[in-house]
Design a binder for this molecule. Structure first.
Ligand code: GDD
Ligand code: MG
Length: 318
């Protein structure tokens, strides 16, 4: 069984990080976002198809010769084809019911449960649904007896049909993918789902968490959710507070790490306090307190921190 992961975005809201690392390769708790998604696929999935445009070279290089337990097929797009066009572009690689993921979503979805429902209802498509207070910047559905009867993409505020949003994770039968014209830029949300609504499109509401990790704030949150309870227990160069992850290759001396802190590979720090932050690979730092920041990769605190830092609402003091 195949899963398509849509990894086309420019990641503009995560610049400057995404100038050098395409968003899908940005780490979440020290594992690239897209790799985490592939590893989380249930066993029934033997193939992950990556629909890529921006960052193609980096993606090919990253997965070249890497064994992560699934076959990886990278399907490039010369021009961005939109969410639907990108899926259609992968059509030759699918063999039946296909799972599709927006590459920027981190969630607690139980795909196996969703698959059971998909089979039981005989749906043409099943969309994972999440409840939010303000649905206007998402896809919004009307759900009646489990069926999606209407789909609106980014409706104007006040016109939303419900608070249930498209969580960017689908199970689709090939006939839905066949509805998408080939070689054209098509949004599945704007051009296809409204047509299938009321005709075999089902919803799968879930609980737990849902994070669209495209902003600095949500990227931090996605890191801490991905870390879960799997933090580092103890470290000889650091006192660990609460939940924190320190990469085995990091060298720390007299540091306080956590709660909610992720220290990447090759990091070297001395006399630093790191809270609610992500320190990416090969950063070196001395004598600083870092809170609610994303730092790195490959920078030194002593040089000019402000040039290499995304700090949503963070504070730094020396
Ligand atoms: N390959 C490829 N080509 N991927 C693309 C393209 C493209 O042209 N355009 C977008 N994508 C990928 C993005 O990289 C992302 O992983 C996913 O498709 C969704 O695109 P976004 O640009 O992140 O859309 P959004 O967040 O505004 O809205 C989507 O996600 C919401 C949930 O987070 C929609 O699916 C909404 O309906 C949904 O509620
Ligand atoms: Mg998004």
């Amino acid at each position: 069984m195949e899963a398509i992961i849509l990894v086309g975005g420019l990641g503009t809201r995560l610049r400057p990080l995404t100038h050098t690392i395409p968003k899908p390769l940005l780490p979440l708790a020290n594992v690239p976002m897209v790799e985490r998604m592939i590893k989380n696929l249930p066993e029934t999935f033997d193939t992950a198809i990556l629909a890529v445009n921006y960052g193609l070279n980096e993606m090919e290089k990253y997965f070249d010769g890497k064994d992560i337990g699934k076959k990886i097929v990278i399907v490039p797009e010369e021009e961005p084809l939109g969410t639907g066009g990108a899926m259609r572009n992968c059509f030759d690689h699918i063999t039946g019911t296909t799972a599709v993921f927006n590459g920027d979503v981190v969630s607690s979805i139980n795909l196996e449960k969703m698959m059971k429902q998909h089979v039981k209802t005989g749906a043409k498509g099943t969309l994972a649904l999440w409840e939010v207070d303000d649905p206007s910047r998402f896809g919004v559905v009307e759900l009646k007896n489990g069926q999606i009867t209407q789909f609106q993409e980014k409706p104007e505020k006040g016109t939303e049909l419900s608070n249930l949003i498209n969580a960017g994770n689908y199970l689709l039968e090939p006939e839905i993918l066949e509805m998408i014209p080939t070689g054209k830029k098509i949004s599945i949300e704007r051009e296809i789902y409204p047509k299938v609504a009321g005709n075999g499109l089902y919803g799968f509401p879930f609980e737990g968490y849902f994070i669209d990790s495209g902003t600095p704030e949500s990227y931090l949150e996605a890191n801490f959710k991905s870390l879960g309870k799997n933090g580092t227990a103890a470290h000889k160069g650091a006192s660990i507070r609460g939940n924190a992850l320190i990469h085995e290759s990091a060298k720390l001396k007299d540091c306080i790490i956590g709660s909610d802190a992720i220290i990447g590979p090759g990091v070297e720090m001395e006399k630093c306090v790191i809270r609610k932050s992500v320190i990416l690979s090969n950063v070196s730092g001395y004598g600083s307190v870092i809170e609610e920041c994303i730092i790195g990769p490959d920078v030194s605190f002593k040089n000019d921190l402000t040039r290499s830092l995304i700090s949503p609402k963070g504070t730094i003091s020396f």
